[in-house]
Structures are given as C-alpha cells and as structure tokens.
Design a protein around this ligand. Sequence first.
Ligand SMILES: [Zn+2]
Length: 340
Amino acid sequence: MQKRTKIPKDMANLTLFLSDRTCCVCRDPRKAIQIHHLDGNNNNHELDNLAVLCLQCHDDTQIKGGFGRKLNSELIKLYRNEFYMDNKKRLKKIIPNFNSLFKKITLPKKKNTSNPQSMIHDTEFIHKTIDLCYEKEDWKLLAYQYKWIDLMELGCKYAKKSIEESINNEEWIYVVEMQLDFFGSENVDLEFLEKAVNIYLKNKNFSQLARLYRDLGNPELATINYNKSIEFDIRKGNWFTAGFYLKESGNFERAKVFLKRGLKENLKKGDIHWIIRCYQELEMFEELKNFAKDIVYSDKIKEVTPFVRLSLMRIVGDEEEVKKLLKNMRILMKMRRFEQ
Ligand SMILES: [Zn+2]
C-alpha cells in the first residue's frame, strides 16, 4: 500500500479558507472539521479533490449498503461547489480565477428511457442548464433540474427558495405547483391552493385545474374539469388539444379519433411541429420516423426552426447533430439573457 502523504500546507489552507472552516454539507460552524479526499485516494491533494467535512458528515461517507443514504463523493462535490458558489462574492475578490479553479462537477447519468424525444434526459444539457440557472438565479428551473437527475435534496432546497419568491410575488399557481412537485400533496398550503384554483377558474383554464385535482388525488373533480376542457376544445375545433386531454384523462381509444383529425389537418397545412406532436401522441412511431427522414434528407430541412430541427434529429437518431444543436441553443439562451 502506498504511504499516506500530508496535504501540502497551501492546499490545506486554501481549502479551509474556501469553506470558511465549515463543513460544506451541514454548514454547522460549531462542529469540528477535517479535510476529506473525495476520490478516496489520500495522496491526491488537488484542490478539486478536497472538501471540508465535519466528523459526523464524514462518518456518513462510510455507510455501506442498508437503508442509510450514503454520502457519496459526487454528492459531496455538489454540496461543496454549492457552498463555494454561495461564498463567491467574498471569494472572487481574493481569488481572481475562482471559476476555473474547479473542474466540472460530474453528474450521475440518468438511465436511458424509452422516450428519446425528451430533452430532460440529456445529462450534459441539464448540467449546462444548472450553470445557467445559477447565473440567472432561476431557482425554480434549478430545482427541477436537480429533481430530474434524482438529487432531491438539492431540488427541495431550491424549491423552497423559489416558493418564497413566488409568495412574495403573489404567484399562487407556482407556489402550489412547487409544493406539490417537491413536498407532496399533503404539504400543499390550503390558503394558496384556494387562490390558485380561483385563478384557473377566472381564466377558464380547466385542463390545468383538472391536472391540479388529479395530482391532489381527487379523481371526481379532475374528471369534471377534464370534460369541461375537452368540450371547450371540441366546440372550437381544436382537435389536437381535445385528443391530448382525452388521452391524458385515460381515454386513448376515443382520443385517437381527434388526434387523427388533427394530424390530417396539419399534414394539409404542412406544419411540421404539430405533425410530429400528433404522431407522438398517437404513438405511431414507425410513421413518425419515416416522416422525419423525409424532411431531414430533403431541402425542407433548411426551412425549419432550430427547435423543430432538434426534434427531427432526435427522431432519426442523429446524435452528433443533436449535440451541436443543444450547444447552439445554450448560446441562444445566454444571448437572450443579455437582450433582456
Ligand atoms: Zn457536516
């Protein structure tokens, strides 16, 4: 076995300074601390491999198996970078290359699911979005990013922050949504719920109201409101929307009638985005793939928007192009931030 070497004094000092001599996980300033090697190699004294932990949190890294949740190195890294980020203002003045000091945090890869269309499975994209959320201080979006990669602890932390903000801004729908998604239906505040329901009723937004009741575990009110929204769409001739909510409310067979009508209409109009959505909801994946191939390998691909292009490339499975497009979209998101 290799001999354990001592952490160089300057590295140890810098690590302690960055953490304010406080455990980066529990942040309890009264607890005794030690410097922990994230990768388990006690001779790897790189700054990115070091984190300050209290003895108790350090013990949590040793839990193996059982029902206890192990504090693994990736989670500690997230906590540590979070902690450093929170101290950013203080640290930036003293350490000019603060941002480049730390290598990218490696996020756990989400397992592949059967839905290749969904953007939320691009770990890399989520990773970059997380960076952007910190920059924009968008706590709501940040909370969901963490939820999608199964880091619920961090998700809940930012959900709380976003709920506080939404209460201040009297955005009752957001408050209820976040409480439901992160803390469960039993923790939804009734006062806020009533306010949110009134907003939906005022705007005649029956489909969202139906979803709300569904998530609250009230199938009676959910069905009544689904029916109201479907009736509204049928009267207006919104075939796709009518079919979509029929399917969502559990009636796929009847939904197909309306979705097919929507598909026919959009094929006539040549609206690529809605044609894709219709095929997807109809679960006609073979037809969807053929349709996408037709567009991708013809001149029509030049006329589509970046978002539609992204959908098409996912459908035909062009990974390279998907990566490129996601990168461009991130640049676009950044630019939009400066336009505001
Ligand atoms: Zn601790």
